[in-house]
Write a protein that binds this ligand. Structure first.
Ligand code: AMP
Length: 214
């Protein structure tokens, strides 16, 4: 099961990818999580990516494509994966097409989560993430039981550096200009399925699974 999750920032890609990973038994490949891990570890990739991410801009295609190429070659990806936050540009989508053609492992489905713009802004403003296990919360819609502590691992929850208002506006603009056109790319390939990203998390998951036919 090789899947791409598309959708604007705050559409629930990360949340759904984490649930789908458990249901489908395939890993989540989140380029955003990989970059945040590199920033936290202070690697040369992390130092390069930090300023770009804080501006809400995109890390260069060649860097990201290299990361994904290495990741999908790992053994846990043999039965499939869920790509979350990649591809984000036409060049990345083309690089992925080429990579998968060479590997003879085509995508099964591209699921696009649709959410109205005003809802996305509210979701991002309240979004919190666990530093320990990466689990996500929303201060209103899915709060932690104890303020600032992850229910799953007890780690500290925090607001992402790039979730401030100014940066979110920039990320939305980048999405509209560079990522939204990928819907047409995958529609041409007959892979695109649009799924409403509004409502309860569990309902959206069921809708995604139904769309995948599992
Ligand atoms: P995300 O967690 O998917 O919202 O990604 C956070 C940030 O990481 C983005 O705003 C970009 O700066 C960077 N990033 C993540 N994935 C990519 C990608 N596929 N291409 C370029 N930059 C990315």
């Amino acid at each position: 099961m090789r899947i791409v999750l598309l959708g604007p920032p705050g559409s629930g890609k990360g949340t759904q990818a984490k649930v789908l990973t458990e249901r489908l038994k395939v890993p989540q490949i989140s380029t955003g999580d990989m970059l945040r891990a590199a920033v936290a570890a202070g690697t040369s990739l992390g130092r390069e990516a930090k300023a770009v991410m804080e501006r809400g801009a995109l890390v260069p295609d060649a860097v990201i494509v290299g990361l994904v190429r290495e990741r999908i070659a790992q053994t846990d990806c043999r039965t499939g994966y869920i790509l979350d936050g990649f591809p984000r540009t036409a060049a990345q989508a083309e690089a992925l097409d080429t990579m998968l053609r060479e590997l003879q492992t085509p995508l099964d489905s591209v699921l696009s989560l649709t959410v109205p713009a005003e809802e996305v802004v509210e979701r991002i403003a309240g979004r919190r993430t666990c530093r320990g296990c990466g689990r996500m919360y929303h201060i209103r819609y899915s709060p932690t039981k104890e303020a600032g502590r992850c229910d799953a691992c007890g780690g500290e929850t925090y607001q992402r550096d790039d979730d401030g208002e100014e940066t979110v506006r920039r990320r939305m603009q980048v999405y509209t200009e560079q990522t939204a056109p990928l819907e047409a790319h995958y529609e041409r390939q007959g892979l695109l399925r649009r799924v409403p990203g509004t409502g309860r998390i569990g309902e959206i998951t069921e809708h995604l699974l139904q769309t995948l036919g599992v």
